[in-house]
Design a protein around this ligand. Structure first.
Ligand SMILES: Cc1cc2nc3c(=O)[nH]c(=O)nc-3n(C[C@H](O)[C@H](O)[C@H](O)COP(=O)(O)O)c2cc1C
Length: 394
């Protein structure tokens, strides 16, 4: 595959769709139930338009941004995505390397399969996303593991207290614990490059993929239910646990999956260092508003000191600029880089990041801005009839 023939994130999605078995592509693309949240994420970008300025001198453009004293090359990062190893052999490593090369953050998923200690090699500044069980003794042991692996930024996902209703996965027999069925076998046979290059290669090199980073120990293969259950007790987790966690964890603490302004306020009160406004890419509660639509009210609620980040549906530089204009500090992409990695591993994920960087640079200039601080809500207009919150951007 000639990567320079793929010009946009959508091109990568089309190529990934061809390469991946239907069940794996469906797992990545899909949302839950009627996919209302998934659709809302993309539609929100159409409700906002730009009012660009002309004749601003924009020959010296600066895309880099600073967060907690670290400088990132652009306001973009790679969101945590579980089971990425089904798209590419050791896909987590490809994503971590691509992020490191592009000088952007990569969040290791709690449901990933390359051990986080290995992902941390070569001085990478990865963040770690936890799916904590509702059990403080176990949480303590996970924190010990993170400290030993020199993880500094801990991201706690708060939108996954119970398993989501992913009917599309169930229809294609794609369920965890994973079981081989005739339908899956046929799907694999129809995608021989994936079967040989990913499935068999992984089985041969590492055996059945494991939940390597969910708990304090390397977990069981994805064909087995973990001894303590896959999601045991997550619905017991509450704000008290976050207060406790804040006392235990001296590194940066970020809450991911914040949608309500009152939760954003609580996150700041318990001393979180940042939040990620997210509806899990439309993969948890169906029928939520888009994170982009939730952003203005959250920005209005928290103090300027709290970095507000966002993810959900970002596919273009212009999408990222809309979130920056509304006050986001950093934007994460989930599926975009996964499609890149599915097509060509690290090189594919790098190409996707570089396409987004080029778009961001060009679009910022076309908007009349030389730096991100100039990208403000004064350059946005809601489309006629759009139901966007805090819609007065004039
Ligand atoms: C295949 C896949 C797996 C995901 N796994 C996780 C996960 O393990 N933990 C988590 O917090 N979010 C997970 N997410 C959600 C992403 O972190 C992110 O919120 C979402 O993908 C952003 O939307 P986008 O894919 O449209 O960019 C996953 C998303 C996808 C597509």
């Amino acid at each position: 595959m000639k990567l320079d023939r793929l010009l946009s994130v959508s091109d990568f999605e089309r190529a990934a769709k061809k390469f991946l078995p239907r069940c794996v592509y469906g797992y990545v693309r899909g949302g839950t139930e009627d996919e209302r949240s998934l659709r809302a994420n993309r539609q929100a970008f159409d409700e906002l338009g730009f009012l660009p300025r002309g004749l601003n001198v924009v020959d010296k453009r600066e895309l880099s941004t600073e967060l907690w004293g670290r400088r990132y090359a652009m306001p973009l990062g790679i969101a945590p995505t579980g089971l990425a190893g089904l798209l590419r052999h050791e896909c987590d490593l490809d994503l971590a390397r691509a992020a490191q090369q592009a000088r952007v953050p990569f969040i290791i998923s709690g449901s990933s399969s390359v051990p986080l200690e290995k992902l941390q090699e070569e001085d990478r500044d990865n963040w770690y996303q936890a799916y904590f069980p509702g059990d403080r003794a176990r949480m303590s042991r996970i924190l010990d593991r993170l400290r030993a692996a020199k993880i500094d930024v801990l991201v706690v996902t708060i939108d996954t207290c119970v398993a989501a209703n992913r009917e599309n996965n169930a229809r294609m027999d794609f369920i965890i614990p994973f079981r081989m069925t005739p339908r899956l076998l046929l799907d694999g046979m129809l995608h021989p490059r994936w079967s040989v290059g990913v499935f068999l290669k992984t089985l041969y090199a590492n055996g059945i993929p494991r939940f390597a980073n969910l708990y304090e120990e390397i977990g069981p293969p994805i064909t087995q239910e973990p001894a303590h259950g896959f999601r045991t007790g997550r619905d017991r987790l509450g704000w008290d646990d976050m207060v406790w966690l804040r006392e235990q964890w001296k590194g940066r603490l970020v809450l991911k999956g914040v949608m309500h302004p009152l939760d954003a306020e609580k996150a700041e009160q318990i001393g979180a260092d940042g939040i990620i406004v997210s509806n899990h890419g439309g993969r948890q509660l169906d029928g939520t508003i888009a994170p982009l639509a939730a952003l203005p009210a959250i920005i209005d609620t928290v103090s300027e000191r709290l970095p507000v980040m966002i993810d959900g549906g970002f596919r273009r530089g212009t999408d990222v600029l809309k979130a920056i204009a509304l006050g986001a500090k950093l934007v994460f992409v989930g599926r975009a880089t996964l499609y890149g990695a599915a097509v060509a591993g690290e090189a594919g994920a790098r190409r996707v990041l570089s396409i987004l960087a080029t778009e961001l640079d060009r679009d910022m200039a076309l908007l009349g801005c030389a730096s991100l601080s100039e990208v403000t809500a004064a350059l946005l207009k809601t489309r006629a009839g759009a139901a966007f919150e805090a819609a007065n951007y004039d």
